[in-house]
Write a protein that binds this ligand. Sequence first.
Ligand code: NAD
Ligand code: USQ
Length: 388
Amino acid sequence: MRVLILGGDGYLGWPTALHFSQAGHEVAVLDNLARRGYDEELGVQSLVPIEDMDTRVTAWQQVSGKTIKNYVGDLLDADFVYETLREFAPDAVIHYAEQRAAPYSMIDREHAVYTQHNNVIGNLNLLFAIAEVNPEIHLVKLGTMGEYGTPNIDIEEGWLEVEHNGRKDRMLYPKKPGSFYHLSKVHDSHNIEFACRIWGLRATDLNQGVVYGLETDATKLDPRLATRFDYDSVFGTVLNRFVIQAVLGEPLTVYGNGSQTRGFLDIRDTVECLRLAVENPADRGEFRVFNQMTESFSVAQLADKVAEDFPGPVQIERLTNPRVEQSDHYYNVKHTGLVDLGLQPHLLSDTLIESLFDIVAAHKDRVNIEALAPTVTWKRPAKEPANA
Ligand code: NAD
Ligand code: USQ
């Protein structure tokens, strides 16, 4: 198949491109390199050095003999999106290309507006381009488990059978997201469902949990193929951060009492879930939703697991939670759709965490220690008038 990967320069997009190319698909990546810009803005860099896209693509050609086409541009540029779809003529488009950090979206008004504008308008441009260039294209869109929040009932895969006053309907599962970033994904999901229902597009929304890990079969083949690994309090995700903090001898930063529970998955399962979704497309008019996670853990359980696996002393620190989120809540998620398509999950009890310690140790001098502590808070202090 011909597969276009939007956000192909990112943590997940690049390993996904390699995985599809390795599996024999014709692959192109598209990215506006915004993620590298956020690094500069925040004064951080990927813990593991990453090459620019030209070097990555050349390295892959040398290692595998396969080519990946590289488009540099912005999803906010609608003409560019239409042109790319016409030129590459994909069978499937994987859409990762959004601002994806909840804390980044909560910094201030500008960052919230940037996040929702970038994500919602980029996705809308894509929907129109697919509808007008080739409505047969299967859109595989990255959503997030955080769209649902932590409701006090079981979380279904996207849809809920509702009985109300004696009548029944199948409704989109109600959403209770926890940041302006997570909200942008809810808006995207609604826009995509509408495009499937009204225009007959075909789409799969992958409500993915928090990803951990660094290497896939393909990225391991050459250091120039490495993907990014974030440790900072804005873009670093919780388990990756705990592993890095342990190696640096810094305390593991558990927010609140650590009872908040999330869905997680290994990066090797992310790329495989994408392959399964693309190779088994949704029907025309279908808005298909999978919950892309393999296990649930509380933050405290993750900290304990890292402390248990790390060969040296580890301190676990409970910080006042900078976010507003529920603790001690119910969390029970249905996630059978991808398993039914053939996913064989890598579980956290496998050896992944130990394998990360040496990689982190080799690059620990690249860490800006000051970027580890959380600085973005969810609450809004009243602003003094400018002339006060
Ligand atoms: P990332 O930030 O590393 O990659 C996203 C890429 O998209 C970046 O390279 C960025 O430059 C590009 N991009 C952003 N806006 C763009 C635009 N307007 N036009 C073109 N390119 C643009 O993020 P990631 O961790 O690889 O996540 C990829 C996707 O998966 C995101 O949509 C994210 O919401 C979702 N997701 C990630 C996780 C996780 O734990 N990393 C979990 C659930 C869902
Ligand atoms: N947390 C800590 N300590 C830390 C960092 C995080 O206790 O040092 C806690 C947070 O309070 C939160 C949980 O860990 O309860 C997860 O936080 P995170 O930063 O790892 O993940 P999150 O902000 O939810 O976002 C990440 C990705 C996002 C994706 C989401 C999947 O950045 O792109 O959408 O995971 S999900 O959480 O399922 O919505």
